[in-house]
Design a protein around this ligand. Structure first.
Ligand code: ATP
Ligand code: MG
Length: 212
């Protein structure tokens, strides 16, 4: 348990936001690395409802994405799944979610938002970005296939422009994406070892992504 300057208990919570369509080992490895490295009380997986940046895309029903996330995380007592965003009507913005989470866990809670390198570069386009940056810290993890030669420089620019706290951590790199998994299913190619077996079974049972 961390304490603030006055010696009060300070809770640290990690948030792993994503479409999770479907969830895979890339998400799980990133969340676990952040949990351990930052001594986070827990990591809350937050499947998005209707993400503003994926409005044009075909997205699987929230209930399926939620169930797959529960199945993937249930063996880790440091992981939790929230329905906060999927139960909201309309577009969901991280800014509103963080406000809600501060209400739930207490204003003094330190919130660490975990993102891949691709998502972190998009931060300037996020809703109420400046206020968001003041509300939480960001943990950025590298992601193969999204390497940007100028990543560090760009992150430093974002940090100074918005006075943001973005911390990079090293994780075992996994070149896995939900897009690739969906394409593999559609084309009858294997997805084994890219995501937890329980999620693979769920996808098969519900016939997801075959007609993507
Ligand atoms: P899609 O291909 O549908 O966009 P995705 O694999 O990118 O799916 P998302 O749900 O969009 O998964 O990602 C949620 C978060 O997890 C983002 O911050 C993203 O950068 C991060 N992430 C996804 N895959 C990886 C990976 N293999 N390694 C590290 N971070 C990842
Ligand atoms: Mg993505």
């Amino acid at each position: 348990m961390n304490r603030d300057r006055e010696g009060n208990k300070k809770i640290r919570i990690g948030i792993m936001g994503g479409t999770f369509d479907p969830i895979h080992y890339g998400h799980l490895v990133a969340a676990e690395a952040a949990r351990v490295e930052f001594c986070l009380e827990k990591v809350v997986f937050m499947p998005v409802g209707r993400p503003p940046h994926k409005q044009q895309q075909n997205i699987t029903e929230p209930e399926h994405r939620y169930h797959m996330t529960v199945l993937a995380t249930s063996s880790n007592s440091g992981f939790e799944v929230s329905r906060l965003e999927i139960d909201k009507e309309g577009l969901t913005h991280t800014f509103d979610t963080i406000i809600d989470l501060k209400r739930i866990y207490g204003e003094g809670t330190d919130i660490y938002f975990i993102t891949g390198a691709d998502a972190v570069l998009e931060l300037p386009t996020w809703h109420r970005v400046k206020e968001l940056m003041a509300l939480c810290k960001f943990i950025a993890v590298a992601r193969p296939g999204f390497d940007d030669l100028h990543l560090e420089q760009k992150m430093a620019e974002i940090s100074s422009k918005y006075n943001a706290d973005i911390i990079c951590i090293e994780i075992p790199l996994l070149a896995i994406s939900s897009t690739d998994i969906r394409n593999r299913i559609k084309n009858g190619r294997p997805i084994k070892y890219l995501l937890p077996e329980a999620v693979e079974m769920y996808i098969k049972e519900k016939g997801l992504y075959r007609e993507w």
